[in-house]
Design a protein around this ligand. Sequence first.
Ligand code: BGC
Length: 708
Amino acid sequence: MTLEEKIGQLNQYSDDWSATGPVTVDNAKATQIKNGQVGSLLNCIGVERTASWQKIAMQSRMKIPLLFGQDVIHGFKTTFPIPLAEACSWDLEAIKLSAQVAANEASASGIHWTFAPMVDIARDPRWGRVMEGAGEDTYLGSLIAKAKVEGFQGEKLGSTNSVMACAKHFAAYGAAIGGRDYNSVDMSERMLWETYLPPFKAAVDAGVATFMNSFNDINGVPATGNKYLQREILKGKWGFTGFVVSDWGSIGEMINHGNVKDGYEAALSAITAGSDMDMESRCYKNNLAKLVADNKVQVALIDDAVMRILLKKFELGLFDDPYRFCNPDRQQKALNNPEHTKIAREVASKSIVLLKNENHLLPLSKTTKTIAFIGPLVKAVKQNKGFWDVEVPGVDSNFIVSQWEGIENKIGSTAKLLYAKGCEIEGSNRAGFAEAVNIAKQADVVILSIGERRDLSGEAKSRSNINIPGVQEDLLKELLATGKPVVVLINAGRPLVFNYTADNAPAILYTWWLGSEAGNAIANVLFGDYNPSAKLPITFPRSVGQIPMYYNHFNTGRPAKNDDNHFNKSSYIDESIFPKYAFGYGLSYTTFAYSDLKIGSTKMSKKDQLQVSVTISNTGKYDGEEIVQLYLRDKVGSIIRPVKELKDFKKIHLKAGESKMISFVINVEKLSFYNQNLEWVAEPGEFELMIGASSEDIRLKAGFELVD
Ligand code: BGC
């Protein structure tokens, strides 16, 4: 290959029709592809479109096939719950399956590569992209990262049913200061290693094919030009053999960061740091050859990047057949597979969190006579798909079962269903309140569907105010004044603040954005055909002022306690320090009792496996699932340890009245942390073991000691 052809492999463009950043208009795209100056395209969907570009690539001298990448974040044609919602299921098999279905549909539509999963830990719900990850916890996030990579990639690359995954955004993008997207990150090395890097490591261990770096600078060095992150950690210490793509234009953005002077220096910094492919900045295309001529960049560095990219093209089988993902029949079948719809419904049902259920208002009786279904999201389709839905050519992009349809499907003609919009999602117009109150008065039960618009959470959608927008909670106030029982559905892409609703509505389901089968899944839960089992993977604050807020914080020298003297505790004088809903929280229609905690020994050595067992009983009237959570606290550490850390969990199904014993194993890995020298160590001493139904609802405790 000539140097120009090699550089071409490192160059990625967006197709002309859809983009998440400023598109560089380039009429010469086809000519450049023919000249071997482009290695990959993104935002190019469908077998016809991808095949037409591939045909052009096949006219190039080396006939190196193009790679087609796409943000397949929560489904393709079949839309799944947004990742944060799906994480509420704590169901790794379900999460893997949804990635598999997405991969199946995307690969049948010409896509080779998804820019997912986003494995950024996020502790700040102001950050719009909190919707795209698995929440705040490193342990849960790492397991979900693995499940997603395995789901997208299948057994091994090369199957036409799977796509390459991409762990993003490397690194610490979720810790943007103030929750403002693209903002700087300032973080201790230990926090980086302990909290933010493990999900990326889990993705590497699961065989992830690619990484994407991040827009932010971290401690003053842009991630894209960060040699320590990409060369030392990722490709060095972790032995990652895949390739790293930049984020959209992030190589060029290093100029704005103030880390490099121009595109020439940006390209030098990025290639040196280990960014292999340039997404849309054109810094590589415009500068790498000159950098080589000037002896600033050794060809070996470029060869390494090219080899990494070509290797993936080989593994995908593209050199055998560049059109192997371009089969129209397969596309047609994959995009119309009823099995996918069924899976989407199941995953959506598992993602709905029951936050409140006073006096067993839910599940609703199927013989309820009149239901008033009110709110701006009742009939919403596009608004309820969630950010990062994919516009698939030739497919109705509004393909989603609305909540209205879902309930109609469920109750048929057995009940009268009344509708009023009541208000818009945003704005101050109350003109629709009277009609809403009027139908509420005629009903036996009111269901109110409120929340965020599709584009209030997602990339570049940070909010400084995370209340339920507009007058939606005022509408609730009026509906409650009718004296009718009101069930509130909250549709959102982040934890919102909704204290009025939380304190006054008798029943609340947090439905997030659930995808294609939203309406049917919600109806299943409302009428008890699915007993909610989801638990929050992220803390819900009471107010924005509490953020960042997370369950695994340190105790401090003045821990939280009931004491009016604020000098005696780390607290606010105008706000509680406790969350509205804690990490791990979520109710069921049934109740579970925890008993009989047994641990194999009160002492363990570093070689031991400590056996732990506990009995869980379903003490209510419904069959149901419980997510049993195991937390540990290392009581004394050379680096202080959090008040509790999730170290294991089990999701179990129990029939009404049934009991099961479940067991866990504690090994030295679960007791280890990064010490002052960033060594991964377990220090002898006392540990507290907690088993609970949430991080706050600890039911059973025991102690043990790690001995030398
Ligand atoms: C986002 C990435 C995404 C890329 C391509 C960027 O703006 O940060 O997550 O994969 O666009 O669409």
